[in-house]
Write a protein that binds this ligand. Structure first.
Ligand code: HXC
Ligand code: NAP
Length: 288
């Protein structure tokens, strides 16, 4: 499935509190893909602010190991639940289990995604559909299930982890870019319809983030070797912690007037990177 199978997730060695440590006391977050990468660090940072979490994905073993690490390092509760965002019956059962454990869900973090580099000409019909189903349909499935069973009664915040691929038609990414464009549209549509229930919906769009499966799949090491970071206005890739802090802000009352909004957290990367199709083909060489 993924090379993160063999990597044991670690919590941050040090964390500098920018917000009050009890900012999310009594809150519960439902985080898809929370067992690895950016999702793991989002879970950690919310838990460091006294939030309890449910982390969900397809690999129970990985989730269980990550939940143990998160609990040990933060002292909060974290329950792992096996679930595929493409399977409504599994989602409904997972939401019921989360509600049976915690009694409510305040925040939904739609972070699960699938991606790989592939030119449109080589992409199979099923490959395009698979990424659309995980990223876009999956975001709708989870949002609707939690809204119906919980958020419509007491409000909450939905954060959709998106990307900037579709802003400039990033090469080799028609599948993920189209899916994230749909996610950003969903952020606006759901914000408009569910605002009256006290539900805020926000997209957080990372740029290239170091030490992630996503960057590995998008040629991270090869991109670094070409000096890619020098083209990013802030001259570096992002850190997982920075996406965690952005999500923390988005769910907190500091963002109480934000809904239907896309927060880009990329050091300005999309403004000045992206690359031509020719340069990507050259960089990837026989790997394509
Ligand atoms: C071309 C590929 C492919 C590849 C799979 N496929 N990998 N096509 N290049 N590298 C095709 C398969 O051949 C198949 O089509 C179809 O996709 C479905 O593949 P499956 O393996 O059956 O799908 P599934 O088991 O559901 O796995 C989904 C997956 C997988 C997306 C393909 O890679 C996965 O589970 N990924 C999760 C982890 C991940 O991707 N993390 C990165 C997220 S980062 P055929 O026609 O043969 O049946 C991210 C970054 C965004 O999203 C922006 C960054 C800047
Ligand atoms: P990652 O570690 O591979 O995270 C993806 C997670 O999604 C995994 O935990 C995976 O777990 C889960 N997942 C995939 N398919 C699923 C499905 N069908 N059902 C349930 N869970 C599923 O990758 P990442 O790099 O941290 O990416 C996290 C998010 O950030 C994604 O939304 C991605 O698009 C976004 N993003 C990342 C970057 C970057 O530079 N890394 C840049 C922009 C946006 P299982 O395999 O156990 O299911």
């Amino acid at each position: 499935m993924s090379s993160s199978d063999s990597v044991q997730e670690k919590c941050l060695q040090t964390y500098n509190y920018l917000f009050r440590p009890d900012l999310l006391r009594g809150k519960v977050a439902f985080i898809t893909g929370g067992g690895t990468g950016i999702g793991f660090t989002i879970a950690e940072i919310l838990m460091r602010h006294q939030c309890d979490t449910v982390i969900l994905s397809r690999r129970l073993e990985k989730l269980t190991e990550s939940a143990k690490t998160l609990k040990k390092n933060t002292g909060r509760e974290c329950i792992p639940i096996k679930m595929d965002v493409r399977k409504p019956q599994e989602i409904l059962a997972a939401v019921d289990e989360a509600l049976a454990t915690f009694g409510k869900i305040d925040f939904v973090i739609n972070n699960a995604a699938g991606n790989f580099l592939c030119p449109a000409s080589a992409l199979s019909f099923n490959a395009f559909r698979t990424v659309m189903e995980i990223d876009a349909q999956g975001t709708f499935n989870i949002s609707k299930a939690v809204y119906d069973k919980c958020l419509k009664k007491h409000g909450g915040v939905i954060v959709n982890i998106s990307a900037t691929l579709h802003y400039r038609g990033s090469p080799l990414q028609v599948h993920a870019g189209s899916a994230k464009a749909a996610v950003d549209a969903m952020t606006k549509h759901l914000a408009v319809e569910w605002g009256e229930d006290g539900v805020r919906v926000i997209s957080v769009s990372p740029g290239p983030i170091a030490d992630t499966e996503g960057m590995k799949r998008l040629g991270g090491k090869r991109a670094e070797a070409t000096g890619y970071q020098r083209n990013i206005p802030l001259q570096r890739m992002g850190r997982r912690e920075e996406i965690g802090n952005t999500v923390l802000f988005a769910v907190s009352d500091a963002a109480s007037l934000l809904t239907g909004t896309v927060i880009v957290a990329d050091g300005g990367a999309w403004l000045s990177t992206g690359g031509s199709y020719a340069s990507y083909k050259q960089m990837m060489g026989s790997k394509l």
